[in-house]
Ligand binder design. Structure first.
Ligand SMILES: Cc1cc2nc3c(=O)[nH]c(=O)nc-3n(C[C@H](O)[C@H](O)[C@H](O)COP(=O)(O)O)c2cc1C
Length: 271
């Protein structure tokens, strides 16, 4: 073939490839989402020890961070509506999901990346569409759940939380535990405060993700540690730090922006 034609053909191929990648890039900027299919979940035969792959988390949402911050409130009354597996997936990813694949770093910071926290979900009957009631452990690296116990543990968990009724009413309760040793091994006594700081980050991530999904939650620190540990089937070296009931709020909290500006103006004028 004539060299001139060969050069023209190569040039045309390069132009097509470059143009296609520019179009794809522009489409993404316009917010077109990639269709990623999650492996199918076999809901039959869920027994103790079964692993359930969660739908992959989304990294785009309809509510901005600023809006989620303005909507964050402790919500203790929920509608009798089940959560979806997608909502549960998103909440757990916000709590401790992977957001850096090379080193397996997570959505919440951790002192020295020692990652002392474990995450459990207590699901009531019909709490999550398609999942039986029970206690589940979140497998962070596989974004999956392992069944620890099957059954309705709301009564026990509510009693362990000093009778706080929102624990009973919520479709799910996320329980965060800590294995202090993972952090104190490196930082000594100071590691204890690092673990407590870290659970605060996780709590806030869940609050904001819940707000962005128009769900409601509250952090609970008042409970009997030993009882909660036993209910969720955690080991002796795990210490429950937070229980977070999550559900569809009876009433969504919305900040009125004009009220906020008036508030600041009043504060500034000293009245
Ligand atoms: C460490 C900690 C422990 C808490 N424990 C409980 C609790 O046991 N029960 C509860 O209903 N709320 C609990 N809360 C939520 C607070 O009551 C709530 O954050 C506070 O009233 C402010 O309301 P807001 O979160 O809507 O801004 C706790 C909050 C924190 C930070």
């Amino acid at each position: 073939m004539n060299l001139k034609y060969l050069v023209i053909i190569i040039a045309v191929i390069i132009i097509i490839v470059v143009a296609t990648s520019i179009v794809i890039e522009l489409l993404y900027r316009e917010g077109v989402e990639v269709e990623i299919t999650t492996p199918p979940i076999n809901m039959t035969n869920i027994t103790i020890g079964s692993e359930i792959f969660l739908p992959y988390p989304r990294i785009k949402g309809d509510i901005s961070l600023e809006e989620a911050l303005s909507m964050r409130r402790s919500i203790r009354e929920y509608k009798d509506i089940s959560l979806t597996l997608e909502q549960l997936s998103q909440l757990l990813w916000a709590a401790q999901g992977i957001n850096e694949v090379r080193r397996g770093f997570r959505t919440a910071p951790s002192a020295g990346a020692t990652y002392p926290l474990e995450v459990y979900v207590v699901i009531r009957p019909n709490g999550v569409k398609g999942l039986p009631a029970g206690i589940y452990h979140y497998n962070i690296r596989r974004h999956s759940l392992t069944v620890i116990k099957l059954g309705d543990f709301r009564k026990e968990l509510t009693e362990a939380a000093l009778g706080q009724t929102w624990v009973y009413e919520a479709p799910i309760n996320i329980v965060i535990t800590a294995i202090y040793e993972r952090t104190t091994r490196r930082y000594g006594e100071r590691g204890i405060r690092y673990v407590h700081m870290e659970v605060g980050h996780v709590g806030q991530n869940v609050y904001l993700q819940a707000a962005a999904l128009e769900l409601g939650t509250v952090v609970i620190g008042a409970f009997y540690d030993g009882e909660v540990r036993e209910i969720i089937g955690a080991s002796k070296d795990e210490h429950p730090l937070y229980i977070m009931p999550v559900g569809v709020p009876e009433k969504l909290y919305r900040l009125n922006y004009e009220d906020l500006i008036k508030y600041y103006e009043r504060q500034r004028s000293g009245s």
